[in-house]
Design a protein around this ligand. Structure first.
Ligand code: SAM
Length: 224
C-alpha cells in the first residue's frame, strides 16, 4: 500500500510537504525554476530527439513533466518524448490539478492530463509522450528499473530535508541508469551530492542557480 503525500497549501497556493517540511517547487516561480534547473541544466530543449528519455526522482505535482512536454512541443521535434518518474508518496489527483492550475501557460497540457490523474494513471501514452510513474521508494525501485535515461531531473526535496534521496548508493544507481553522454541536473550544490555524483562516474560542475540559490549542479556521464 502506497502512502499518499502529506501537504499544506502556503504562500498563495504553493504545495508544501508536511512530511519533509519543504515546498514542491520554488516559492518564487516554480516554472521558471524548472526551466532553468532541469531543462537548461540538462541542455534541453537542444538535446531533444525522437525517443529522448527523461528520468526523474520525485514526481510531486507533475510540473516538471508538463514543462517538459511544453518544451518538447515548442521545439517541434516530432516523435516521442519518454518520461519516467519515481515517486514514493504520490499526490492525490485533485492536489496535482490544483498545483498545475498555478501555471496558466501550461493549462492546455494540464487539461489533457487531468483525466489521466483522476483515473490514477501510472502509464500515459499520447501521440508525443510515453510516460511512466514508478511508485515506491526510489532506493528500491530504481535498482530494479530496466530503462536508461538520457537526462535526469534530481528533484527529491532539499538534501538537508530528505538526505535519503541523495545517498551515494542512489547516485550510483542514477549513473548506472544513464545513457552514454547522458546528464543529470539538480538545484542543490550540496557538497555530498556533488561528491556522490562524481564517485558514481559523472563529471560534475557547479553553475549559477535559480533565484536566491547561488549555485546548482550539472553532471555529465562519459561513455560508460
Ligand atoms: C520537490 S518534490 C518533486 C517536485 C516535482 N518534480 C514536481 O514537478 O512537482 C520531491 C518529491 O520526491 C518524493 N520523494 C521523497 N522521498 C522519496 C523516495 N525515497 N523515493 C521516491 N520519491 C521520493 C516526494 O514525495 C516528492 O513528491
Amino acid at each position: 500500500m502506497t502512502d499518499l503525500a502529506d501537504l499544506e497549501w502556503r504562500d498563495g497556493g504553493v504545495p508544501v510537504s508536511t512530511r519533509f517540511e519543504d515546498p514542491y517547487y520554488s516559492l518564487e516561480d516554480g516554472l521558471a525554476e524548472t526551466r532553468h534547473v532541469f531543462l537548461a541544466g540538462n541542455g534541453l530543449p537542444e538535446r531533444f530527439c525522437d525517443g529522448f528519455h527523461v528520468g526523474e526522482l520525485g514526481f510531486g505535482t507533475g510540473l516538471n513533466l508538463l514543462a517538459s512536454i511544453a518544451a518538447w512541443r515548442a521545439a517541434g521535434i516530432g516523435g516521442v518524448l519518454r518520461f519516467t518518474s519515481f515517486e514514493a508518496y504520490p499526490m492525490g489527483a485533485e492536489d496535482m490539478i490544483r498545483a498545475q492550475a498555478g501555471f496558466p501557460e501550461l493549462a492546455g497540457i494540464a487539461d489533457t492530463l487531468a483525466a489521466h490523474w483522476r483515473r490514477g494513471a501510472q502509464v500515459i501514452t499520447l501521440p508525443e509522450l510515453e510516460f511512466r510513474l514508478i511508485l515506491g521508494d526510489a532506493r528500491e525501485t530504481l535498482p530494479a528499473w530496466q530503462g536508461c535515461a538520457d537526462a535526469w531531473f534530481l528533484d527529491g526535496f532539499s538534501p538537508a530535508k530528505n538526505p535519503a534521496l541523495w545517498e551515494d548508493g542512489l547516485m550510483g544507481e542514477v549513473a548506472a541508469h544513464t545513457a552514454p553522454y547522458g546528464t543529470a541536473a539538480t538545484y542543490t550544490a550540496a557538497g555530498f551530492v556533488r561528491r556522490g555524483l562524481a564517485a558514481a562516474g559523472f563529471e560534475v560542475e557547479r553553475i549559477p542557480g535559480y533565484g536566491r540559490k547561488r549555485h546548482m549542479t550539472r553532471a555529465r556521464k562519459g561513455t560508460r
